[in-house]
Design a binder for this molecule. Structure first.
Ligand code: PMP
Length: 433
């Protein structure tokens, strides 16, 4: 029998169900959500919350969207899943057609993966197989920049920040990779090439063993919500070309308009050799990601020297239900309203958040596209802060010293104001450190 008592469910949950990065002995409080529509979540306890998180960058068109619902309903009545080995279907073809209309020219060979982390694993595998095919198997190491985050699986963890990353516990079990310093210049600084000259050293010294560089373009998300200079990325592209190293960009958080450009790489006017997308691909409806490359890499990886095939094939690859929703979400992106929506959010965030940097408890305030960040001087007490936010009618989940929002693109001016007022109120409740 279904138990519809939400308080009992919460109790059961606390005892039996793991949540992201959460203790089973002393879990953080958890809220029971009944439904979500537009840009609001409805809790079972009755509160209606404006959503500042887009369910971790994903729900760009908002919840319970009629077009996305319709795509899901239509697909589930045909089939929700069939294996992708030896079979294909309209949702996968539609999704990839929509996707490759958005990706940079030439980036049109697509591996459909089942989560962001898996798409990073596949990208890494592609780069390793690429060099095996070219009979240079010694090129099998990765270079990345400190402060990054690329997922929770093992190869992805190996390129997360080695110190502050959430994965330092697994150090002994991870492949040692190479870590360049964090970019020194922010997105908004004047470009001074000498500030970032350290980057070249890694290529000069290690290019013979480097398969690829893996980076989050422009915005380092879970590793600190840092936004770095586009010329840094440009320089990386040039060095990769000069020293024959593949460039893998992880656009899982930044893709589909979040930073004000369709993909963050556009800020630097570069194209990667391999890119990963996920999160907003289905507008948060279900898990789906993709690893995208060009004809040259795809064909090299498929060479007989490296076994003749890319060695990856998950059970739920190309899931028709997820692809059908993704195809519709991408169609909406292709319609282009996101540009105006993100620009409007950016202006309002700049107006409402940047001046909060003057408060002594705030170290920095920054806004890029539909991302607003307040970096505090001190760690935030997540449980206490969330209690306050719920009382304010907003859903914001801080981490570390970061209070940040990345709302759905469909948020109204009034809803966004409610989010930024809650953030301002939280800041003003803090004592100077
Ligand atoms: N890369 C980046 C930049 C991410 O932000 C995330 C998710 N937080 C991932 C990879 C991993 O994606 P997933 O959680 O879907 O495995």
């Amino acid at each position: 029998m279904v138990n519809d008592d939400w308080q009992q469910q919460l109790q059961f949950d606390q005892q039996h169900i793991w949540h992201p990065y959460t203790s089973m002995i002393d879990p953080l409080p958890c809220y029971h959500v009944e439904s979500a529509a537009g840009c609001e979540l409805k809790l079972s306890s009755g509160e209606q919350l404006v959503d500042g998180m887009s369910s971790w960058w994903a729900a760009i068109h908002g919840y319970n969207h009629s077009r996305l619902n319709q795509a899901a309903h239509q697909q589930i009545d045909r089939m929700s899943h069939v294996m992708f080995g030896g079979l294909t279907h309209q949702p996968a073809v539609n999704m990839v057609q929509q996707l490759t209309q958005l990706t940079p020219a030439g980036m049109d060979r697509v591996f459909i993966a089942d989560s962001g982390s898996v798409s990073v694993e596949v990208a890494i595998k592609m780069s390793l197989q690429y060099w095996v095919s070219r009979q240079r198997p010694e090129k099998n190491q990765l270079l990345t920049i400190r402060g990054g985050y690329h997922g929770d699986t093992f190869a992805a963890m190996s390129v997360c920040d080695p110190v502050n990353g959430m994965h330092h516990l697994f150090k002994h079990a991870l492949r040692n990779q190479l870590f360049a310093e964090k970019p020194k210049l922010t997105f908004w600084d004047d470009w001074q090439p000498e500030q970032e000259s350290e980057l070249r050293h890694w290529f000069e010294r290690y290019h013979q063993q480097l398969a690829a560089v893996v980076v989050e373009p422009i915005v380092q998300g879970a590793g600190g919500m840092r936004m770095y200079h586009p010329n840094y990325l440009k320089q990386l592209r040039l060095l990769c070309d000069q020293y024959e190293v593949l460039l893998i960009v992880d656009e899982i958080a930044t893709g589909f308009g979040r930073t004000g450009k369709l993909f963050a790489c556009e800020h630097a006017d570069i194209t990667a050799d391999i890119m990963c997308v996920g999160k907003a691909l289905t507008s948060g409806y279900m898990t789906l990601a993709a690893t995208i490359t060009n004809q040259h890499v795809a064909e090299t990886v498929s060479h007989a020297n490296s076994g003749g095939a890319l060695m990856h094939g998950p059970t739920f690859m190309g899931n028709p239900l997820a692809c059908a929703v993704a195809a519709e979400s991408l169609t909406m992106i292709n319609e282009g309203h996101w540009r105006q929506q993100v620009a409007t959010i950016e202006q309002q965030l700049q107006h409402d958040l940047l001046s909060l940097a003057e408060h002594p408890a705030v170290k920095d305030a920054r806004v890029l596209g539909a991302i607003g960040v307040l970096e505090m001087e001190q760690s935030i007490d997540v449980a206490a802060a969330q209690k306050k936010f719920i009382a304010h009618g907003v859903w914001i989940r801080p981490f570390g010293r970061l209070l940040y929002i990345m709302p759905p693109y469909t948020i109204s001016v009034a809803q966004l104001k409610q989010l930024t007022l809650a953030m301002a109120d939280y800041v003003s409740s803090l004592k100077p450190s």
